[in-house]
Design a protein. Structure first.
Length: 374
């Protein structure tokens, strides 16, 4: 599989090399964190950021995808090292803690349902690629914990604290958030892995809850409070619904995802990006600050590129404009700046927008496949 654009191919190669460098990936064989991916890189201070469980889960999925896309076995080696890190840090209850430094027992561990779901997806796909039972078993052990985190209305509790007590962190990723639509991908991977219908049923309940957060124009509110649309979270909701809708043959979920994509298409700025937030109902100072700073995040744009590629020709123009917009975010080393504001690009080069962009750029000029979405 090759991108149709030489410029995009070079951008992808630089982004992949950045991911494989010791600035982003722990490569020291003596480190208990070997194989983990970092949050990103602080270009202003010239130092890498801490390791990140969720992003390591994404990294496993990404490098499994790249191995197949480029037919290069070395990508699978990267995925295996990351997957083995996740196996090592898995908690006794099956969750994957947000463990920035597993060598330091004093670091508080939080256990996010969203992070665990991202790890399940990566490990399940890695197991299919390698046949190694340790990755499949780790994914399966996480399943019952995810089910316990789901509430009767289909929504998810966001996290447990280091004492394994439920805690709502608030914000766009708190209890009942639309981002948990992505948990449906993990639940469906667990259904394929275990054959247990309870995971399929849980995925459907998750999607039903997510649809309840959608406004009439297609935008997904972050939480049942319906006090803002966070574009990054909105894109997560679309991703989960599109994947689940196609996997389950459920047209309602696909239609909701398509309506959400049309909202993105209609709210795209002339330059190709999206504001970080919309439909704010909070304090006036927050709305004014957002308007003055004008943040345009890379993650939402990269997610939109992937969604538009999966949804095809009606979104081609918007996808191409988003690709051009994202190209300006890439630093010399290959990572993407977190966002652009009226003051310029962020000095923080973050891993997850770069991961999404690698997949979205790879799909330029080729058929995007829903089963690769992570």
């Amino acid at each position: 599989m090759a991108s149709s654009s030489p410029d995009l191919r070079r951008a992808i190669d630089r982004a992949i090399a950045w991911h494989r460098s010791d600035a982003i990936r722990v490569v020291d064989a003596r480190s208990p964190s070997r194989g983990a991916f970092r949050h990103g890189f602080d270009a202003a201070r010239r130092r890498p950021l801490g390791i990140y469980t969720e992003i390591t889960g994404y990294g496993v999925s990404l490098f499994v995808f790249l191995k197949r896309a480029r037919e290069d076995r070395s990508f699978l080696d990267v995925a295996e090292e990351a997957g083995d890190f996740l196996v090592r840090i898995q908690a006794a209850d099956g969750s994957f803690p947000d463990s920035r430094d597993p060598a330091d027992p004093a670091v508080p561990r939080k256990h996010f349902s969203f992070d665990t779901a991202a790890c399940v997806v990566g490990l399940a796909r890695l197991a299919r690629s390698t046949g190694h039972t340790r990755h499949a078993e780790a994914a399966a052990r996480a399943g019952p914990w995810l089910l316990r985190m789901q509430r009767p209305d289909g929504s998810f509790c966001a996290m447990t604290d280091h004492d394994l007590r439920l805690e709502d962190p608030g914000g766009f990723f708190g209890d009942g958030s639309c981002i948990h639509a992505k948990n449906a991908i993990a639940l469906l991977e667990l259904r394929a892995l275990t054959g247990e219908d309870r995971y399929r049923d849980a995925a459907a309940r998750c999607c039903d809850h997510t649809i309840s957060l959608q406004d009439g124009d297609g935008a997904f509110f972050c939480t049942p409070r319906r006090d803002e649309v966070f574009t990054h979270a909105h894109a997560y909701a679309c991703e989960g619904l599109l994947y689940a809708g196609r996997a389950l043959g459920e047209g309602r979920y696909v239609s909701a995802a398509e309506l959400g994509a049309r909202w993105l298409q209609g709210s795209q700025r002339r330059g190709g990006g999206w504001p970080a937030r919309a439909k704010l109902t909070g304090p006036a100072r927050e709305r004014v600050a957002h308007a003055l700073v004008g943040p345009l995040p890379a993650d939402a744009a990269a997610q939109a590129v992937r969604l538009f590629a999966l949804l095809g020709s009606p979104f081609d123009d918007a996808r191409r404009r988003a690709v051009r917009f994202l190209a300006g975010f890439q630093g010399r080393a290959g990572g993407l700046a977190y966002r652009r504001t009226r003051l310029g690009y962020s000095s923080m080069l973050y891993t997850w927008p770069t991961q999404f962009a690698i997949q979205g750029f790879t799909w330029d000029g080729v058929a995007a496949t829903i089963h690769d979405l992570f």
